[in-house]
Design a protein around this ligand. Structure first.
Ligand code: PSU
Ligand code: MN
Length: 316
């Protein structure tokens, strides 16, 4: 595979050409593939997300770490290798550099994917739901590095809000504290991943993708160096029914009492899967595809109004 090297990044040739020409590119993460979904769903969904991005006229750049190389745009075979690894490392901000230095393999979380996307000059990224402030934070102090990355790197993250396993009111408060804009795609309400409603507000509702693109562009032009949350609710028909959702979540949270650190999110997502008889995985897949499509539309709209200069923006 031919690829260009930008410092420590290994950017796939197709992705590098699109970035250089200001054509639309969408970053995709790999932790949801290795830790968020069971196999073979993970690899199948990853390929479907790439197809969804291509169908809407953008170039997908799935990001992961292979043999110490930060890959921006990985092939299907490489994705299979990552997914087949016995214990793939979940890479966030803290363990990123050491994993690369050691020549290891790992999947990138939202936080790690944002860093790689930003360094490569990609402005738009699609995931399922961002990490945030965990329930019981006053005891555990568990706050996802995704929030730290959102405060630091100017990438628009299209997501179905934050995962409902989290403390959503505290997560929204933290985004406000960090100065991360939260734009609702056709909604006033911050979405709750498997469900559309949370009772919490977004900073601003955007009813067209051009409204979102203008807000993102203006955020960058004003010199903000933070990311943005583009909150795109799961389609109504794909949302988990409230009773099923609430009872599964209640049980999963009780069961997770002894789980800590990086294992918490994968554990809860897996418990939701079995407690809903697999329905949560179908919902997760549907919201991921919906986010990939909206992210591609956003990348196309941004490219049409003139993407900000390629490459990382200057640090303040
Ligand atoms: N979205 C999904 N499934 C996932 C994730 C997001 O639909 O598994 C992953 C992302 O990679 C995110 C991570 O960064 O969950 C959050 O983990 P933590 O709470 O440990 O920071
Ligand atoms: Mn954590």
């Amino acid at each position: 595979m031919s690829r260009s090297t930008n410092g420590l990044l290994h950017v796939h040739a197709d992705v590098a050409a699109a970035i250089a020409a200001g054509r639309p590119v969408v970053a995709l993460e790999t932790t949801l593939v290795t830790h968020g979904l069971p196999q073979p769903d993970g690899v199948r969904v990853a390929a479907a997300l790439e197809d969804a991005v291509r169908t809407r006229g953008a170039v997908p750049a799935t990001i992961g770490i292979l043999d110490g190389q930060v890959r921006v745009g990985i092939s299907r075979g490489e994705l299979d290798r990552l997914a087949a690894a016995p214990n793939p490392v979940k890479v966030n901000l803290g363990n990123f550099a050491a994993e690369v230095a050691a020549g290891g393999c790992g999947s990138t979380t939202v936080a790690a994917t944002m860093v790689a996307a930003w360094r490569a000059g990609i402005r738009v990224f699609a995931t399922g739901g961002i990490g945030g402030v965990h329930r019981g934070v006053t005891e555990t102090g568990d706050v996802s590095a995704d929030l730290t990355a959102l405060a630091r790197y100017p990438v628009a993250v299209v997501c179905a809000g934050a995962k409902a396993i989290l403390d959503l009111p505290r997560t929204v408060e933290m985004l406000e504290t960090l100065g991360v804009p939260v734009l609702g795609v056709g909604t006033d309400e911050f979405p709750a991943f498997y469900r559309r409603e949370s009772g919490l507000r977004v900073d601003r509702r955007c009813d067209t993708i051009n409204d979102v693109a203008r807000a993102v562009r203006t955020h960058i032009d004003l010199g903000f160096t933070s990311g943005l949350v583009i909150a795109n609710p799961v389609p109504e028909a794909d949302a988990l029914p409230k009773d099923i959702h609430d009872s599964a979540l209640g049980t999963a949270l009780v069961e997770a009492a002894d789980v800590s650190g990086r294992d918490v999110t994968p554990y809860l997502l897996d418990r939701m899967r079995s407690l809903t008889g697999g329905a949560s995985v179908k919902t997760n897949e549907a919201l991921l595809l919906n986010n990939a499509r909206v992210a591609a539309d956003l990348a196309v709209a941004l490219s049409a109004i003139g993407t900000p200069p390629a490459g990382p923006s200057p640090r303040p």
